[in-house]
Design a protein around this ligand. Structure first.
Ligand code: ACO
Length: 330
């Protein structure tokens, strides 16, 4: 075990310009602004333009993160993109970002862990630095969920949005950066949240398209119960690994899926909502992008400051969950 400390040394985020409000959704699905706000906390979400794909959003967020870290693309050793909405089945979206950035010295691969993806990528990337293999790693959570959202399905259609968040990882002074993590999965819950067609089990055909099987399907109630339980559990485990307890947390930055899930997770951890970063109202659930977008906003607006103890926590399809405790450096 070496004694290197690794943390975030630059952050960036990007959301597409176009905004779709709940009122806009009322035009295409049987729902109401009132219901969506009360049951989810979401008021609007951003939607990618026709010519914008996940790699485009990821690249823009990455460029801001590189600038924030004050490093060039050539200094990046590895790019990890967490996404459930890759530009193509392959090549990896990370390779497309590598080319866009001209990150000529970087290896690149994608991570698929749904809404937990950014924290999975963060933990994976940090290991390369800790091990002394790489010095600078770029991790990105990026999604164009609008491409796999069924706007005619009111069980899922109002939840999702598009966006990207990026972080540059590097060595930090002793005691700063990632202090404890927890990752987990339970594949027996795979059926609860999935895109059924378009993979090797159920390849895309005219019939699967007609049956709308290339869109997200979700058992919302079961995912809700799982989320409420696991958010508190995984954060507590990561805190234990860091030799900390919930009272030490300055800010919780949770996956932004539903305000009711966020509130019950905070309650289980005994954290007042003043200590919880929330922006689900503006972006909806942007899956792997939600945690880095929320983190970027909280840091850039001066809410999160150097020395704060930050708990990142996510849950999602797989089922998967992930959390990371950091002493904020930058
Ligand atoms: N508009 C209006 N009414 C609606 C809507 C809607 N969009 N959706 C459901 N309803 C109605 C239902 O028909 C039902 O009516 P009924 O009582 O007459 O039958 C009533 O509202 C309650 O429906 P529920 O499904 O029980 O509503 P619930 O309060 O559970 O909210 C929701 C549904 C928002 C989907 C919730 O279950 C949830 O947030 N689940 C978790 C989703 C989530 O976090 N997903 C993460 C995905 S992460 C990833 O990996 C992509």
């Amino acid at each position: 075990m070496n004694n290197k400390y690794v943390g975030i040394i630059g952050l960036g985020a990007y959301v597409p310009e176009k905004i779709m409000t709940n009122k806009d959704l009322e035009q295409v699905m049987d729902t109401s602004d009132e219901w969506i706000v009360e049951r989810t906390g979401i008021r609007e979400r951003h939607v990618a333009a026709e010519n914008e794909a996940t790699s485009d959003l990821a690249t823009k967020a990455a460029q801001k993160a590189l600038e924030d870290a004050n490093i060039t693309a050539a200094e990046i050793d590895l790019i990890i993109v967490a996404t459930g909405t890759a530009d193509m089945a392959f090549p990896a979206t990370a390779c497309l970002v590598q080319d866009n950035l001209k990150a000529i010295n970087a290896a690149a691969f994608d991570v698929s862990a749904a809404c937990s993806g950014f924290i999975y990528a963060l933990v994976t990337g940090s290991q390369f630095i800790k091990a002394g293999v790489y010095r600078k790693v770029l991790v990105i959570g990026a999604e164009t969920l609008s491409r796999i959202t069924d706007w005619s399905d009111r069980k899922t259609g109002m939840l999702f949005g598009d966006g990207a968040g990026a972080a540059v990882l590097g060595e930090t002074p002793e005691g700063y950066g990632i202090l404890g993590v927890d990752l987990g999965s339970n594949g027996s819950g795979a059926e609860l949240l999935k895109v059924p067609a378009g993979g090797s089990r159920n390849p895309a055909t005219a019939e699967t398209v007609l049956q709308r099987q290339h869109y997200i399907q979700m058992d919302g109630n079961e995912v809700f119960k799982f989320a409420v339980k696991i958010m508190g559990e995984t954060t507590s485990k990561a805190l234990q690994n860091a030799n900390l307890t919930p009272v030490d947390v300055t800010y919780l930055v949770p996956h932004q899926a539903n305000i009711r899930i966020i509130k019950s997770a905070a309650k289980r951890l005994g954290l007042p909502m003043e200590k919880v970063v929330v922006n689900v109202d503006k972006y909806g659930n942007t899956s792997a992008a939600s945690v880095p977008i929320a983190l970027d906003e909280a840091v850039k607006s001066g809410v999160i400051k150097p020395g704060d103890i930050i708990a990142l926590v996510g849950f999602g399809g797989g089922l998967t969950w992930a959390s990371s405790i950091m002493k904020w450096y930058k």
